[in-house]
Design a protein around this ligand. Sequence first.
Ligand SMILES: Nc1ncnc2c1ncn2[C@@H]1O[C@H](COP(=O)(O)OP(=O)(O)OP(=O)(O)O)[C@@H](O)[C@H]1O
Length: 167
Amino acid sequence: MQFVAVAGLPGSGKTTVAKIVEKRGYVYMSMGDVVRAVAQKTGMTPDKVAVFMRLEKGRRAVVKHILETAKGERFVIDGLRSPEELDALEEVGKTFLIYVVASKRTRYTRLYSRGRSDDPLTYSQFLMRDLRELKFGLADLLARADYIVVNENKTIEQLEEELSLVI
Ligand SMILES: Nc1ncnc2c1ncn2[C@@H]1O[C@H](COP(=O)(O)OP(=O)(O)OP(=O)(O)O)[C@@H](O)[C@H]1O
């Protein structure tokens, strides 16, 4: 198996990057979709499920769920949160980690205008989400990145061009 894993803080552009990778022949799988599906089943909020799954079932729980359902050879995994999740992928396949970064202001503006049902409505909700993700170990993943992409003052086309040199 071969994985391109994508990590970054909320609103940095992980899904945007992962969808670009998908177009190059990788099966797209989203950690956030797993969490949101469990949230819908249980009636809990996605924020709570994200913490609950990792606390109750171990720090690899979400990635384990992804691996159980994965069918194919080459995958792009959107939304890795911790070094433990990266370890889990590396144990079963060749893994390349792309870390996406953007400033706080850009990320907040993007999420505010994206308006997904679980997106932060206020700046304090946005900061709380950052904090939660950092607690999972997101910042520690930066040290293990194979490629760091700055998604700021860049069009999606420019992003696509940059990534074509990497993937
Ligand atoms: N370079 C860019 N130019 C313009 N818009 C962008 C760019 N990158 C991302 N966006 C937009 O910003 C929003 C957030 O991007 P995306 O959903 O990829 O972030 P994310 O890191 O996956 O966020 P989350 O962790 O909250 O799911 C989306 O609406 C996306 O279309």
